[in-house]
Design a protein around this ligand. Structure first.
Ligand code: DX5
Ligand code: ZN
Length: 222
């Protein structure tokens, strides 16, 4: 499968959001990545379901909603109703993760689990039959524009091996500090979805930045 590109709206110009959505609609991007932050799980606050519902009206591509919030089980159905196609919750925020994953699937969305940089991929061993996507954080969640953490690359490789050994069908998404200079190594390690905020929206030509990420043709290294 050709890898997917999910521009992160966090880095967009919110004074001209409709133009930014139109730019992504007309680009080679595959999904919109929407970062929901609550000021509790992460220090920052972004937007909630009302804004996601407005974004749904502007988006012509699936919405990949990354919930960086405590107790995400309280809001799964609201985000689904707002138009989320993929909903990811954090492993670190969910003591009853198996239940939340099935709650997401029952809502009709694809279920993702996000892992902070310090969380090993092995914690997902017993969920491989249940989830549709793993979002590996390659920065500490909370802010755009941070430096990529290189330790993520062996984690991608390890997760890919786990998924293949279990014969599961799970997308590996990498989120944080993704740019042209590291994207190829991420794909080679086994990434399926690249989230890119600053490297797309702060580029002089965002559609071309998306094109460059999409055009990579990596050969898997193992
Ligand atoms: C960080 C968010 C990311 C962020 C990525 O908490 O989950 O999606 O927007 O932004 P860049 O690509 O600028 O690191
Ligand atoms: Zn994100």
């Amino acid at each position: 499968m050709k890898h997917l590109i999910a521009p992160s709206i966090l880095a967009a110009d919110f004074t001209r959001l409709a133009d930014e959505f139109a730019m992504v609609n007309e680009s080679e991007a595959d999904w919109f990545h929407l970062d929901v932050m609550d000021g509790r799980f992460v220090p920052n606050i972004t937007f909630g379901m009302f804004i996601v519902a407005a974004m749904k009206k502007m988006a012509q591509k699936p919405l990949d909603v990354h919930l960086m919030i405590v107790e995400p089980e309280r809001y799964v159905e609201s985000f689904r109703e707002a138009g989320a196609d993929v909903i990811s919750v954090h492993y670190e925020a969910c003591p009853h993760l198996h239940r939340v994953v099935h709650q997401i699937k029952d809502s009709g969305a694809k279920a993702g689990v996000a892992l902070n940089p310090h969380t090993p991929v092995s914690v997902l061993e017993d969920l491989l039959d249940d989830i549709d996507l793993v979002c590996l954080m390659s920065v500490n969640p909370g802010f755009g524009g941070q430096k990529f953490i290189y330790r993520t690359i062996p984690k991608i490789r390890q997760l890919k091996e786990m998924i293949e050994a279990a014969n599961a069908s799970i997308l590996i998404e990498v989120d944080g500090g993704v740019a042209q200079h590291n994207a190829e190594s991420l794909l080679r390690a086994g990434a399926d979805v690249l989230v890119a905020g600053s490297s797309v929206f702060k580029a002089p030509d965002p559609q071309n930045a998306i094109h460059q990420l999409k055009a990579l043709e990596p050969i898997r290294s193992f």
